[in-house]
Ligand binder design. Structure first.
Ligand SMILES: NC(=O)c1ccc[n+]([C@@H]2O[C@H](COP(=O)([O-])OP(=O)(O)OC[C@H]3O[C@@H](n4cnc5c(N)ncnc54)[C@H](O)[C@@H]3O)[C@@H](O)[C@H]2O)c1
Ligand SMILES: [Zn+2]
Length: 374
């Protein structure tokens, strides 16, 4: 199968996203011309390192590039401040100079962390993304948002810092747990709902095959997602207009659900986004913006692939008693809330999302009460 290329056009910071099978084994030859020196440090996590670490290092070696590796624990805890400090010291232990390139091999956690490390190591070195989760391949590795967490919330310390190259090897998704794959799929479907109704139709017809491992459809889904994200990022790199905010479809609701479940294993980010998108369309229908049939389609497709769109199915053995007031409080604490005003991405229909800060609180509360009771 051929490798697909999606360019991200950002003047002096432009780069390519390459998508296809076997790219980990070709990372050296594909990146060598971009590197300021033949020296890289791979940052990965303890789950991904034994799966793909050696192959990546071998591919650099084959191209005459020396690669050291720093491994961090798997999971969100590696984005804590203290963990970031440990990573920076481990990187400095390698005695890097400013021509070193960091390589993020892993999911969104490794990507966000490594990107921020690259932005700050010796005041900034280059980095390459080798995303290994579906979420990272279609979302977090593209667009240059990097950062870490604090006790005040997620991603509150960070930088816009673009990678030099993104290598999305589609075959690594074969080892990804199904639940993680599904969570990433919610972000794929999101691009259809934002502004691409034809892609949403495609997702309805092909989503199950994407999740079942159909290689051609998987590649297509990743490519279309990256094209959408690249287009939005190119037009609004730093979210200075409302355009990039459209990527937060489902995220105001989703963030509240994640906050209520402690950002823990009971609800993955992508799962929260899936439930949140269903709620955003339900709210849009409830206030008369969107045809109820479109909201029903959103809910039906996400549920049909196996995403937990009903609140009562969330949390496994730790099911919760949801409370509308608490959920609204979490929404106010979201960093997207401006001066206490809630920001929502609503829609006039599938593929017709827009940003609004004018949501009637009674309608919101009514929608949440209905979702909790359903
Ligand atoms: N920068 C952005 O624009 C952006 C966008 C969305 C999300 N994010 C961030 O991304 C993070 C979530 O990313 P994620 O969902 O990729 O989670 P993750 O990085 O924690 O990966 C999920 C799990 O899968 C494992 N894993 C990764 N690749 C694997 C593979 N190929 N085979 C088997 N296991 C594998 C990881 O070790 C981890 O345990 C969050 O911190 C979120 O804030 C950032
Ligand atoms: Zn997201």
């Amino acid at each position: 199968m051929t490798v697909r290329t999606v360019p991200v056009s950002l003047a002096g910071r432009s780069y390519d996203i390459l998508i296809g099978p076997g790219l980990i084994d070709r990372a050296g030859e594909l990146s060598v011309a971009l590197l300021p020196s033949r020296r890289v440090i791979v940052v990965t996590d303890e789950t991904v390192a034994p799966l793909y670490g050696d192959r990546l290092v071998a591919s650099f070696a084959k191209a005459g590039i020396a690669a050291a590796t720093v491994t961090v624990p798997a999971g969100e805890s590696s984005k804590e401040f203290a963990a970031f400090g440990r990573l920076m010291n481990a990187l400095l232990d390698e005695r890097p100079d400013r021509k070193v390139t960091l390589v993020a091999l892993g999911g969104g956690v490794v990507g966000d962390l490594t990107g921020f490390a690259a932005a700050t190591l010796l005041r900034g070195v280059d980095f390459i993304q080798v995303p290994t989760t579906l979420l990272a391949q279609v979302d977090s590795s593209v667009g240059g948002k990097t950062g870490i967490n604090t006790r005040h919330g997620k991603n509150l310390v960070g930088a816009f810092y673009q990678p030099r190259l993104v290598l999305a090897d589609t075959t690594v998704l074969d080892t990804l747990p199904r639940r993680e794959l599904l969570a990433g799929y919610a972000e794929v479907a999101k691009y259809g709902l934002i502004d691409d109704p034809a892609f949403w139709d495609w997702c309805e017809a092909n989503g199950a095959a994407v999740l079942a491992g159909d290689a051609a459809r998987r590649t297509y889904a990743i490519e279309q997602s990256c094209r959408s994200k690249a287009r939005i990022v190119a037009a609004d790199e730093r979210e200075t207009t409302d355009l990039r905010a459209l990527l937060n479809l489902g995220h105001t609701f989703g963030h509240a659900l994640e906050a209520e479940t402690g950002f823990g294993p009971d609800l993955l980010h992508g799962e929260a986004v899936g439930a949140g998108m269903a709620m955003a369309f339900d709210l849009s229908a409830k206030v008369g913006l969107c045809p109820p049939t479109d909201a029903a389609r959103v809910r039906r497709h996400l549920a049909s692939v196996g995403l937990p769109v009903r609140l009562r199915t969330i949390g496994g053995d730790n099911r919760r008693t949801w409370d509308a007031t608490r959920l609204i409080e979490h929404m106010r604490g979201d960093k997207k809330a401006e001066a206490g005003k809630l920001t929502f991405i609503l829609a006039n229909g599938i593929g017709r999302a827009f940003v609004t800060r004018e949501v009637d609180e009674a309608a919101l509360r009514g929608l949440l009460d209905t979702a909790i009771a359903a």
